[in-house]
Design a protein around this ligand. Structure first.
Ligand code: NAP
Length: 341
């Protein structure tokens, strides 16, 4: 019999293998019937994690119907949306439609919420066959049910922003929070963001500025993104390079920075990020496509004395911070809105 603490983590929903937490499980029980400490959400829309969507899209040659079938297959077989290749998930929005009497989350039936825990550990059942999704974007309109545990977190959706925007911003809200924390704690002056014109990238630049950093460099992969980032006015310097080409990154960045934030959605950015960072500096690997061995052995191989942080998706206050940066920074809106609409 599981205790309250184990149930709060969702261990009772793990089907296999036994003894792991839901995030590491290969399969969860997504039964919509809730326990006393659970909350059920009537799902309206999923936001697939960027690294996961890119991998699926590339694996199926951009064929939307095949991507849709793949996502459906994953959710049906795993009871959750966790891409088996990238290991990553995303998050969802929906309406609370049942609350167990012992749930501590403070949610009420009818609340429109975004889950701030990953889809990789959220029991999920899809009931419309993803019929309204063309398989060509990260945002997936759908119907079904999702379950929140006692330790899951969720944010009531802000009334002033379109759902798609709120979902996109909340999905990456860990990035600006991590950037703020590192810049404030280290007193960093110079910051480089790889993938700076993307959603987490532009929010991280805005967060770095607000936290007191003074020289911000945004690295993007082509001239079109460079133009958009310059127009957004979030960076003091915009450079163009392939983040997966370490020497090109080092040459484009020039003098290494106090802090580098990795916000690309592709594999292979570890070495460039390390070269872009000064000795004694910090790299925040927010990208889900980061490899621990590539980062750890790469830094060792370059005798680089850098602190490397895994971008934790959770920091207290992260959702409010990201939404506020979106509302208050026109350059962030200019970069995020076209990606969402
Ligand atoms: P996004 O909006 O798609 O931004 C990614 C950016 O990286 C895009 O501008 C993309 O350019 C750029 N890029 C891709 N390949 C590049 C390359 N080789 N060189 C330079 N730039 C390149 O993605 P996002 O939603 O911000 O997510 C970014 C990463 O954060 C993903 O890996 C995602 O999985 C991860 N994530 C982490 C957490 C966490 O808790 N740690 C939570 C959510 C998401 P194009 O648009 O031209 O491709």
């Amino acid at each position: 019999m599981l205790g309250t603490a184990e149930r709060a983590l969702g261990v009772h929903r793990v089907v296999e293998p036994a003894g792991v937490l839901p995030q590491a499980a290969s399969r969860l029980d997504a039964d919509p019937e809730i326990g006393p400490d659970e909350v059920r959400i009537a799902v309206e829309r999923l936001n697939l994690d960027a690294a996961s969507f890119r991998q699926l899209s590339e694996a199926h040659g951009g064929d939307g119907a095949a991507v849709r079938a793949a996502v459906l297959g994953i959710v049906e077989s795993r009871g959750k949306m966790q891409n088996p290749v990238t290991g990553s998930g995303g998050m969802l929005i929906g309406v609370v439609d049942a609350v167990g009497p012992a749930s501590p989350l403070g949610l009420a039936v009818g609340d429109r919420v975004a889950t701030l825990v990953s889809l990789t550990l959220t029991p999920l059942r899809i009931t419309d066959g993803l019929a309204r999704w063309d398989g060509r974007s990260e945002q997936v309109p759908t119907e079904g049910t999702a379950i929140l545990f006692a330790r899951s977190i969720a944010a009531v959706l802000p009334g002033d922003l379109p759902d798609a925007v709120a979902l996109a911003v909340l999905d990456v809200c860990g990035a600006p929070a991590a950037t703020t924390r590192v810049v404030e704690r280290t007193g960093a002056r110079t910051v480089v963001v790889l993938g700076a014109a993307g959603k987490s990238g532009c929010l991280s630049l805005a967060a770095a500025r607000a936290a007191g950093a003074r020289e911000l460099t945004g690295l993007v992969r082509n001239e079109a993104e460079a133009e958009a980032l310059r127009a957004a006015g979030l960076a003091d310097r915009v450079v163009v390079a392939d983040a997966t080409d370490p020497l090109a990154v080092a040459s484009a960045v020039g003098t290494p920075a106090d802090v580098t934030v990795v916000c690309v959605d592709v594999t292979g950015a570890e070495h460039g990020a390390i070269l872009a960072t000064a000795d004694g500096g910090t790299v925040v690997f927010f990208s889900m496509a980061t490899s621990f061995p590539a980062a750890a052995l790469g830094a060792e191989g370059m005798a680089a004395d850098v602190t490397m942080l895994v971008g934790n998706g959770y920091t207290p206050g992260h959702a409010e911070l990201a939404l506020e940066l979106y509302r208050s920074t026109s350059g962030v809106r200019a970069l995020i809105d076209p990606r969402v609409h």
